[in-house]
Design a protein around this ligand. Structure first.
Ligand SMILES: C[S@@+](CC[C@H](N)C(=O)[O-])C[C@H]1O[C@@H](n2cnc3c(N)ncnc32)[C@H](O)[C@@H]1O
Length: 240
């Protein structure tokens, strides 16, 4: 007698953009998937801070399995082993036929940690990416600063670049958003000053969150700049 072969169904991987902080900025789609999946994974910072989970905490149900993924938010450290371990954990649930949603602050495909999991898992497992409202765009709304008019070009730059590189990319820029500020703030501020861009630069931290702060850039204490902050240099083009 031959045993019938019943292939085990595999789970679906979701990269869920959950927006910049205000839970009302979740899309209907992200909310539907978040509240339906059995397993939720999210990055945790080395200092234990978990922004992505906090954004959607009010929607997580007690029966949902949670996978915290410790990831190094630093360019100095190789993050490969961290992503390998996280991918392994997620694959375990997917192989058991359970859908897994990875929470992604902002949009998953813009400097998102999900991209590294996508590279590792999307060929093996059915995968869907749900776009989210990026902090870059939400910040413009919070600052009341239109970013680009007409043929303006927008540059998005990580503050982790060295000063010379930042300077080269900011010379003659139409509009720019500088992310990953944190301890790189003083360097960025110096470059903006050299290029005469300080008077155009707008600073915001924790955009759309209850503790959002908008400060004149000259009043920002470089020692207190959180990772969740950015500088926006809006276009100077005069709309007609
Ligand atoms: C690794 S990037 C991730 C960007 C994210 N995928 C997005 O679309 O917003 C993290 C950087 O985004 C910026 N950021 C994220 N959330 C923010 C917020 N609520 N307010 C201000 N900046 C934020 C900060 O510059 C932070 O260092």
């Amino acid at each position: 007698m031959t045993e019938e072969y019943a292939p085990q169904p595999i789970g679906r991987l979701y990269g869920l953009g959950i927006g910049p902080g205000d839970p009302e900025l979740l899309t209907l789609k992200a909310h539907r998937i978040l509240t339906a999946v059995p397993v939720i994974a999210y990055p945790t910072m080395e200092n234990g801070k978990v922004l992505a989970r906090a954004i959607v905490a009010g929607f997580i149900r007690p029966h949902q399995i949670e996978i915290p993924m410790p990831l190094p938010f630093s360019v100095e450290r190789s993050s490969q082993p961290y992503y390998d371990r996280a991918a392994e954990k997620i694959a375990h649930y997917l192989n058991a036929g359970q859908d897994v949603a990875v929470l992604c602050e902002g949009d998953p495909m813009l400097y998102g940690s999900f991209m590294y999991l996508f590279q590792r898992l999307a060929r093996q497992f059915p995968t869907e990416v749900v776009p989210g409202i990026s902090s870059t765009l939400a910040s413009a709304a919070m600052l009341g600063a239109p970013i680009t008019f007409r043929n303006d070009v927008l540059s998005i730059l990580p503050a982790t670049l060295d000063a010379a590189n930042l300077r080269d990319r900011l010379v003659g820029v139409d509009a720019a958003i500088i992310i990953k500020l944190g301890r790189h703030f003083a360097k960025v501020r110096g470059v903006l000053e050299q290029l005469g861009l300080l008077n155009r630069a707008l600073y915001i931290e924790r955009a759309t969150q209850p503790n959002q702060r908008i400060l004149p850039i000259t009043e920002v204490d470089p020692t207190k700049v959180p990772y969740w902050s950015l500088i926006l240099i809006p276009s100077q083009t005069q709309p007609q």
